[in-house]
Write a protein that binds this ligand. Structure first.
Ligand code: ADP
Ligand code: AIR
Length: 292
């Protein structure tokens, strides 16, 4: 297999993050996302390695991105390559985290003194600056424009997609007995031949980036299990994957060990629409260099 291991010395690392490594892709304009088992909280202050987390997140994110593409939301995801890797379009990441919230939890509770579990009257979209040395501060749209992070057209596109993603994902998870409390999105730009801009959903959507509560028991099924030392972390992630029908009911991780045979035999996920879709440019003006 051409792309099999994450630390293949022949492959160029573009970025080594807390949860994923980004490698150079096989074709121009593509990169490979390698999902690690490294787990962190509080911007990396608390860390651990939890066997199988990367495999589950790779699979869950590939599934969700493909579903979103089917809803007409352009994503970076192209196809899964193996149990830990996926081929995605390389984008210029817009250094923002869009957080969508349906229910008060996490930093919303801390910042505004709300009671955890309060259903929000109006789903909320917040922006945070993806800049760890500044502590990822919260931003307004006006900050985003003034700092030159994104322009009003791009902001509108990201927010519109965020609402649609929230509607779709709330239904997807409700269908398997899970409440979508909140989640984080990242978007990126790609440029067309006339320098027109297209916005794609990037990064991952998984229990690392969402808050997911069991509908009946209220049990947390996401990274808060790690943040709050609740135990049963990998079991919860595995349960999410099982309910979505992405792994067999017997699971792929037992007693802290991943069953490599089952994990590597999981069917591949391909986002056929991503190759076919004619992307919609959010260009503000007609192409400036039509002769190019
Ligand atoms: P962190 O940067 O917080 O350590 P990760 O470990 O998840 O996070 O690293 C993955 C990095 O790859 C993130 O910084 C993310 O913005 C970036 N990224 C995600 N999708 C793409 C893409 N399609 N093209 C380029 N970079 C991407
Ligand atoms: N998140 C925020 N930064 C990174 C991630 N993954 C996610 C959290 C949570 C949501 O964004 O996992 O689902 C809101 O986080 P918080 O801490 O602002 O309440």
């Amino acid at each position: 297999m051409l792309f099999s291991i994450g630390n293949n010395p022949r492959r160029k690392v573009i970025y080594d993050g807390k949860a994923k490594t980004i490698f150079e892709g096989p074709e121009p304009g593509t990169v490979i996302q390698y999902f690690k088992d490294d787990t962190s909280a509080g911007n990396g202050e608390k860390r651990d390695v939890i066997a199988g987390k990367g495999v589950l997140n790779n699979r869950i994110s590939a599934h969700i991105m493909t579903k979103l593409e089917g809803m007409g939301i352009p994503t970076h995801f192209l196809k899964s390559l193996n149990m830990r890797e996926q081929l995605v379009r390389q984008v210029e990441i817009i250094p923002l985290e869009l957080i969508v919230r349906n229910v008060a939890a996490g930093s919303l509770v801390k910042r505004f003194g709300m009671k955890e579990g309060t259903v929000l009257n109006y789903p909320l979209v917040e922006f945070y600056y993806k800049k760890e040395d500044l502590g990822n501060p919260m931003l307004s749209e006006n900050h985003i424009m003034n700092l030159g992070i994104a322009d009003p057209y791009e902001i509108e596109e990201m927010v519109t997609q965020a609402w649609r993603i929230n509607d779709y994902l709330s239904g997807l998870f409700a269908g398997v007995g899970i409440r979508l409390i909140d989640f984080k999105l990242e978007f990126g730009r790609i440029y067309g031949e006339y320098d027109e801009v297209y916005i794609l959903l990037a990064d991952e959507i998984s229990p690392d980036s969402c808050r997911l509560w069991d509908e009946k028991t209220g049990e947390k099924m996401d990274r808060d299990r790690f943040r709050e030392n609740l135990g049963g972390f990998i079991e919860a992630y595995q349960d999410v994957a099982k309910r979505l029908g992405l792994i067999p009911d017997s699971g792929i991780i037992q007693g802290g060990n991943i069953d490599e045979q089952i994990a590597s035999s999981l069917s591949e996920i391909e986002n056929e629409l991503a190759r076919e879709r004619k992307l919609r440019s959010i260009n503000k003006a007609p192409p400036s260099k039509p002769w190019k």
